[in-house]
Design a protein around this ligand. Structure first.
Ligand SMILES: Cc1ncc(COP(=O)(O)O)c(C=O)c1O
Length: 243
């Protein structure tokens, strides 16, 4: 822990424990002390540590091919997209490219929203470019995602960030409806259950009402399920069965 201070800039406030290994949902520190893993990274691996199927798949792939850039076709990539679409239960969809991290997924969603507005309104000089996010939100640390992150602690040191983001009180539909405007709002970003900001859940009614307001205004609705998908609530996806 002392050595770490010499080489890291101190971005994270860490608990004073050095984790060495994990098995299933148990973690072990360097002294062999066992801890139940209550965080799963930061809510990222639902399979636990050392899941045998995952380990075997990783080993097999590592022996086969390390990486291939997006300049070429790759069978596992296409297979994964088919599988995700199948799991999502929406045959007619084309899935967006898989991202390396939550913040990149949100950056991609920001760009998709801007592009969607531009292509949906080719006649407009300035299509909708603005975004709505919610109080207590966390969408990542890159410049677009951090602009959608309400907590000032994450955002203020990097200002000016992407302009045109309005924060609405989480769960306040009246305020959200007023803010979602045709020709102005490109997309609304929401965590159906907020993670970093505290465990706040949106109601089904709120999410459904947002869906309608966005559809009426021609805005996209982006569900950031980085912390609440892949089985973490008992459903594979959180919002798919709701909205
Ligand atoms: C809701 C949400 N979105 C985005 C992110 C950013 O994900 P990543 O750290 O993989 O960039 C997080 C990370 O905790 C998150 O909780």
């Amino acid at each position: 822990m002392e050595l770490e201070k010499n080489v890291f800039v101190g971005t994270y406030a860490r608990a004073p424990v050095v984790i060495q290994s994990g098995k299933g949902c148990e973690l072990y520190d360097v002294d062999g002390k066992e801890y139940p893993d209550m965080t799963a990274g930061i809510a990222v691996y639902s399979l636990g540590h050392g899941d045998p199927d995952w380990v075997n798949a990783m080993i097999e792939q590592a022996h086969t091919l390390t990486h291939v850039g997006n300049l070429y076709y790759s069978i596992p990539q296409v297979r994964l997209e088919f599988y995700l679409i199948y799991l999502y239960g929406c045959d007619s969809w084309k899935a967006p490219p898989v991202a390396n991290s939550g913040t990149e997924a949100n950056e991609a969603a920001i760009k998709f929203a801007r592009k969607f507005q531009r292509f949906s309104h080719p006649d407009k000089k300035l299509p909708a470019t603005e975004f709505i996010a919610f109080t207590h939100s966390f969408h990542g640390r890159t410049m677009g995602s951090v602009a959608l992150t309400s907590k000032e602690h994450y955002r203020l040191p990097f200002e000016p960030v992407m302009p045109g983001v309005k924060f609405i009180e989480y769960g306040n539909f009246e305020e959200a409806k007023k803010a979602i405007q045709h020709g102005k709002t490109a997309a609304v970003f929401i965590e159906p259950i907020q993670g970093e900001g505290g465990i706040y859940s949106a109601t089904k009614d709120f999410l459904r009402a947002l869906r309608t307001a966005c559809d009426d205004a021609g805005a996209l609705l982006v569900f950031d399920e980085v912390q609440c998908r892949l089985g973490r609530t008992g459903h594979l996806w959180l919002v798919r069965p709701l909205v």
